[in-house]
Ligand binder design. Structure first.
Ligand code: KQY
Length: 363
């Protein structure tokens, strides 16, 4: 089987121009409280914010199609597609650009963040089909990867470097027995990168086993934004110190040292009793107990054409996060969208979105 690398494809950075953004309508009541109504309102707010800057497509189940169509603004395209939940970063394709600017995408094997060893739900077969279906709709070249991975587990700089976290990418519940060398070879072959930068653990309590997109991201080649905690009593302190130490000695694919920018983590937030009571009881792996700490991070934002769509939590730290993003992205509008309801489902704005790069129209 030809790999993307062998065919001359690579994954562009998220800040490269987009043709649009893909999202999936939330509905499962054992993840989203109150039959997913508050989450649907939050997804509408995110989709509407992005749609000011680029076309948005929302995928919705047959059961929810009419509801999604009636409640989303008309400029958002709604297509019927089956899914098990609503995390397009992880179940959508990681889009690629070919040697002549043509569109391709990696279709990772998806196992609901851990399969039968601590994964979050069963079955996950509909989610695993989504990347292939999107690539089919777009007539894009599909590269089915030989390993389990999720889009939230990688961040690329578009110039040959990928950022990953060991806790997730080397987790036994994704690819049992895989070596670091084998995983690095797969990342090179399927993302078209040449340099892999390994962080250690992800944000404590993150039910994806530490997706990098909740911890750190490239903001330009050579510059990484890191979710930072100053409080030595907080478990995120050790995680952020370790990540910063690794980033400071790393070199990217072009041989550059990285500049690390600290993004203050949000004020600690916990699931309330009312929120926990709104989630249907389930045999799935998702724990929604009152008092549980939420794995919140301002790094979990989406880069749209001309804008940053970032989570707001209605807490004191929101203003500082806005300030950091405004300094880092002076040429983009910073749009902060209330995102506590997305956080309650276990992720945030980056996790529910998937950018499709703009391709060479002549191809
Ligand atoms: O953060 C993500 N990329 C996905 C989170 C999945 C949570 C499922 N409850």
């Amino acid at each position: 089987m030809t790999t993307p690398r062998a065919a001359g494809f690579h994954m562009p950075a998220e800040w490269a121009p987009h043709a649009g953004c893909w999202m999936i309508w939330p509905e499962r009541p054992d993840n989203w409280r109150l039959g997913a109504k508050p989450a649907q309102a939050a997804f509408i707010a995110v989709a509407s914010a992005i749609a000011r800057f680029e076309p948005v497509t929302m995928l919705a189940s047959a059961r929810q199609y009419e509801n999604a169509r009636a409640t989303l603004p008309p400029e958002i395209r709604v297509l019927e597609m089956s899914s098990n939940d609503s995390w397009c970063r992880d179940v959508g394709p990681s889009f690629l650009r070919g040697p002549n600017g043509e569109l391709g995408g990696v279709d990772w094997i998806f196992n609901a963040w851990g399969g039968l060893k601590g994964g979050l739900y069963f079955p996950w077969d509909l989610d695993d089909q989504i990347a292939g279906k999107i690539l089919g709709l777009e007539r894009a070249r599909r590269f089915r990867a030989p390993r389990v991975l999720e889009g939230g587990a990688i961040h690329v700089d578009g110039e040959g470097t990928v950022l990953v976290a060991e806790q997730c990418v080397l987790n036994e519940n994704r690819n049992e027995g895989i070596t670091r060398a084998a995983m690095e070879a797969m990342l090179r072959d399927y993302l078209g990168v040449s340099q892999i930068i390994w962080l250690g653990n992800g944000v404590p309590g993150d039910e994806t086993d530490g997706h990098v997109d909740n911890l750190a991201c490239f903001v330009t080649p050579g510059k990484v934004l890191l979710s930072w905690c100053d409080d030595p009593a907080d478990p995120h302190h050790a995680v952020s110190r370790d990540a910063e130490a690794r980033l400071k000695v790393a070199r990217d694919a072009k041989g550059r040292a990285l500049e690390v920018v600290r993004m203050p983590m949000p004020t600690p937030m916990f699931i309330t009793a009312e929120e926990a009571a709104g989630v249907d009881a389930t045999l799935s792996g998702m724990n929604r107990a009152a008092g549980e700490r939420l794995a919140a991070s301002y790094v979990n934002f989406y880069i749209a054409n001309g804008a940053i769509i970032a989570p707001a939590f209605g807490v004191e730290t929101d203003a500082a996060a806005h300030g950091v993003l405004a300094r880092l992205f002076p040429e983009r509008e910073i749009v902060m969208v209330p995102a506590r309801e997305i956080l309650l489902g276990g992720g945030n704005i980056h996790c529910i979105t998937q950018q499709q790069p703009k391709i060479n129209d002549k191809v």
